[in-house]
Design a protein around this ligand. Structure first.
Ligand SMILES: [Zn+2]
Ligand SMILES: [Zn+2]
Length: 335
C-alpha cells in the first residue's frame, strides 16, 4: 500500500511530490489519516538542513483521523480526530519533563523534522504529541492553530498581563492576524502595529481598537504616548524589536514570538528606567494545542486560510515563502 506525499529528498533539495509506502505505527504511536496540514515558515528549516535525516516529509500543523493504533496506546482510539503541532513528543524523564515542561525537553521531538510530518496522506506520531480536535472544528481550521495559533495564544496567556491592559501586536501576518483575535478575546485592548495604511481595516475587523501605521514618522511617538503594557512581536523584524522596546509601559514586557534572523541590541537604560523585561515563549505542547483549539472554537477565533491540494504543495510553499499567502496556507487532502 502506497501514499502520495511531498518530501525534501536531501538537505538543500527542493520539495517534490512522490509516492512512498504507507507508514506503520510503532509502539506508543498512532497512524493518522491526514485531512489537512498547514504550511509554516519553519517547514523551510527542514529544507535548509534542520532535520537529522533525509528524505524527510515536512508538516507540523497536522489535522486528521486516527486510523491505526500501535501497541501501548490506550488513551486514543481509531476514529478520534487529532492534531499534531511542532511539539512531537518527548522523553518524560529528564529534568525539563519532571517539571511538566514538555516543550523545553532537551530530548523533545519535532513533527515533520525528527520524523515524517503531514505533507502526506498518512503520518505516524507518538501519543503524547496528539491534541484532540474539538467537535465542530474543521480540519482546515484546526491545522493553522497547531503552530501559528498555539504560538501566539500560549505565549500571550502565560505572561500574566492583567486583562484590560493595552497590548500591542506587531505584524499582521500568519501569526499576527491570530494574535489580534486572541489578545482581544483574552480581555486586552489591542493596538495593532504594522506597515502601511491598507492593513487598518483588517486589523480593526479582527478586533484591534487602534491601528498604527509603522511607516509613518510619528508612529513610535504615538505608541509611546499610549504606553502598551506588552508588545508582542509576531513579525521577524530586528528594527521593530529595537524601536518598540522604549514604547513599553513601566513594568511591562516585550514578548518575542517570531524567530529573528539576526541578533538585536537593547539600550539597557530603556529596561532599567522602566523595569521592562524581554521574554520569549517556545510555542507549547500538545496539551496547549488542545487548549488553543478549544478556546478558538468557544470564542470565535479563526485563521484566514488559503487551501491547496497536496499535489500543489510545491506551489503552496513557494507562495508562502514569497509572502503572498493571506494569511495561512493549508494543504487539504482528497477524501
Ligand atoms: Zn510552525
Ligand atoms: Zn523529556
Amino acid at each position: 500500500m502506497s501514499m502520495k506525499c511531498a518530501v525534501f529528498p536531501e538537505k538543500g533539495g527542493a520539495i517534490k511530490i512522490t509516492t512512498v509506502p504507507i507508514p506503520e505505527p510503532k509502539d506508543g504511536e498512532v497512524r493518522i489519516k491526514v485531512m489537512a496540514c498547514g504550511v509554516c515558515h519553519s517547514d523551510l528549516l527542514i529544507q535548509n538542513g534542520y532535520s537529522t535525516s533525509y528524505p524527510r516529509i515536512p508538516g507540523h500543523e497536522v489535522a486528521g483521523i486516527i486510523d491505526k493504533i500501535g501497541k501501548g496506546v490506550d488513551n486514543f482510539k481509531v476514529g478520534d480526530k487529532v492534531g499534531v503541532g511542532w511539539f512531537g513528543g518527548c522523553c518524560h524523564e529528564v529534568n525539563a519533563c519532571d517539571d511538566d515542561d514538555w516543550v523545553c525537553c532537551a530530548k523533545g521531538k519535532a513533527c515533520g523534522s525528527s520524523y515524517d510530518g503531514g505533507y502526506a496522506e498518512y503520518c505516524c506520531a507518538p501519543h503524547d504529541a496528539l491534541a484532540r480536535i474539538p467537535e465542530g472544528m474543521s480540519f482546515e481550521k484546526a491545522g493553522p492553530l497547531l503552530c501559528a495559533g498555539i504560538t501566539v495564544f500560549n505565549g500571550i496567556r502565560n505572561q500574566h498581563v492583567k486583562a484590560g491592559s493595552l497590548v500591542c501586536i506587531q505584524g499582521i501576518g500568519g501569526l499576527g492576524h491570530l494574535a489580534i483575535q486572541f489578545a482581544k478575546r483574552l480581555g486586552y485592548e489591542v493596538v495593532a502595529f504594522s506597515s502601511g495604511a491598507d492593513k487598518e481595516a483588517l486589523a480593526i475587523q479582527l478586533g484591534a481598537k487602534h491601528y498604527i501605521d509603522g511607516s509613518q514618522p510619528d508612529a513610535i511617538k504615538r505608541l509611546t504616548k499610549m504606553a502598551p503594557m506588552m508588545v508582542v512581536i509576531t513579525g521577524p523584524s530586528k528594527k521593530a524589536v529595537e524601536s518598540l522596546i522604549p514604547t513599553i509601559h513601566v513594568g511591562g514586557k516585550l514578548l518575542l514570538l517570531a524567530a529573528l534572523p539576526e541578533p538585536f541590541s537593547v539600550d539597557g537604560t530603556a529596561l532599567l528606567s522602566k523595569k521592562v523585561s524581554i521574554v520569549g515563549w517556545p510555542s507549547g505542547d500538545s496539551r496547549d494545542s488542545q487548549d488553543t483549539m478549544k478556546f478558538s472554537l468557544n470564542n470565535g477565533v479563526e485563521a484566514m486560510t488559503e487551501t491547496f491540494p497536496l499535489e500543489k504543495a510545491v506551489e503552496a510553499l513557494q507562495k508562502m515563502e514569497s509572502g503572498k499567502v493571506r494569511f495561512r496556507a493549508v494543504l487539504v487532502m482528497k477524501q
